[in-house]
Design a protein. Structure first.
Length: 129
């Protein structure tokens, strides 16, 4: 079946807890573009075939309804798939932008080192002398 390119092929970012530097996810709009294009074409073909007075379907109301229904169903599924793909790509781009701002992910940060014992404790400038 032609539907589902984005659902099957577009990878969103891994969950935050599993992200490592250089993680991979899909940023190409090709899958969603194909799905949305197929959605529009399916709708146009289904509606065109169902409403064309010169079509053999014009003599059979059941076939006309089935063609319109099938075109609408395929259009809906491919539009849904394209929308899912666009959402995953958006999530991927946001995760990559966050990773660029935070080169070391939270999982890999080390706690700050404790103060050395030979240093005097820090005092506030407001402390009385």
């Amino acid at each position: 079946m032609q539907t589902g390119c984005s659902v099957a092929l577009v990878q969103g970012p891994p969950p935050v807890a599993e992200r490592r530097p250089g993680f991979e996810c899909t940023t190409s709009l090709a899958g969603p573009f194909i799905d949305i294009t197929l959605s529009v074409l399916s709708l146009l073909i289904g509606m065109g075939a169902a409403t064309n007075p010169n079509s053999s379907l014009s003599r059979d109301p059941g076939a006309r309804a089935a063609t319109a229904g099938a075109g609408t169903l395929v259009a809906g599924l491919t539009m849904l798939s394209g929308s899912v793909g666009l959402g995953r790509i958006s999530d991927c781009e946001a995760a990559k932008a966050q990773a660029a701002r935070e080169p070391t992910l939270r999982l890999e940060r080390r706690p700050s080192s404790p103060a050395r014992k030979d240093e005097p404790p820090a005092t506030s400038p407001d402390a009385a002398d």
